[in-house]
Write a protein that binds this ligand. Structure first.
Ligand code: ADP
Ligand code: MG
Length: 248
């Protein structure tokens, strides 16, 4: 663990982040750690400086997505490793968008890694580490009451819009956006709630391949013991125009 963890009230410690109570009611601080896990916690390690980079990349992407009209939990970056967000009730789904077959999709369905899909695939798994995040059909989601039909429609629409935008953004800097995982939450409002994008967007939760060389620039470097994780994460930040020099 890194030594500069803030002193506020810790609400939850996850695999990559810690949540603290925020300065105002209804806010939280997300603190980004260097800890890395894979294969549902069976592989553990650290990637030096990852938390700082992921905080910056998430900041940039959440801000750009808000700019195209995607509602998000994001408020602002507070420091190297901390960002302020609105507290939400997380929808217990991992929403995965895929443009190219890789990882669990290739393994489960026998599709060769690197196969471009006819159109983007939105798939869901249950956000539950103890159960190994099992793949869900829409019917499971509705019948188990994990989300309503209206919420699922919104999740599809927002996820595809996010994919369109981010695919273009990464392509512009020579990176193929292969797949990514999103989480959504319910943001309480006076007259109900709004569904918003929550959590993070970083190379921990997506696959990014260099368009020219095919090099992996994401957590697969850690999962598959390829080495060069820090350099890959730094390169993603650099291409997105983020300066990681001291003093930000
Ligand atoms: P995990 O190991 O559960 O994936 P992380 O290390 O990613 O945890 O820490 C972030 C946790 O905070 C996740 O469980 C995520 O669902 C949750 N979370 C993200 N954004 C919010 C938010 N705005 N309000 C409440 N919880 C959130
Ligand atoms: Mg997480």
């Amino acid at each position: 663990m890194t030594s500069d963890v803030p002193k506020g009230e810790k609400l939850y410690e996850g695999k990559a982040k810690i949540l603290f109570r925020g300065p105002e009611p209804g806010t939280l601080i997300q603190y980004f750690k260097d800890d890395a896990t894979a294969f549902n916690n069976q592989k553990k390690g650290t990637i030096a400086g990852k938390g700082i980079i992921n905080n910056r990349i998430t900041d940039l992407i959440m801000t750009r997505l808000a700019g195209i009209g995607i509602p998000t939990h994001y408020i602002r970056r507070l420091s190297d490793r901390e960002q302020l967000v609105h507290e939400v009730q997380i929808v217990p789904l991992e929403v995965i968008v895929r443009n190219i077959a890789a990882g669990s999709m290739s393994k489960k369905f026998g599709v060769e890694e690197g196969t471009r899909l006819a159109r983007p695939l939105v798939e869901f798994s249950l956000k539950n580490d103890d159960l190994g995040d099992p793949l869900l059909a829409e019917e499971h989601i509705l019948i188990l009451g994990l989300a309503t039909e209206e919420e699922l429609d919104e999740i599809f629409e927002m996820s595809l819009k996010i994919n369109d935008f981010l695919r273009g953004m990464f392509a512009a800097v020579g990176i193929d956006l292969v797949d990514f995982k999103l989480e959504y939450g319910r943001l309480a409002e006076e007259d109900g709630y709004t569904l918003v994008l929550a959590d993070e967007f970083s190379p921990d939760n997506c696959r990014l391949w260099d368009m020219r060389t095919g090099e992996k620039m994401d957590k697969d470097r850690f999962r598959r013991d390829l080495g060069g994780e820090v350099e890959a994460y730094q390169e993603v930040a650099r291409r997105l125009g983020i300066s990681l020099d001291a003093g930000d």
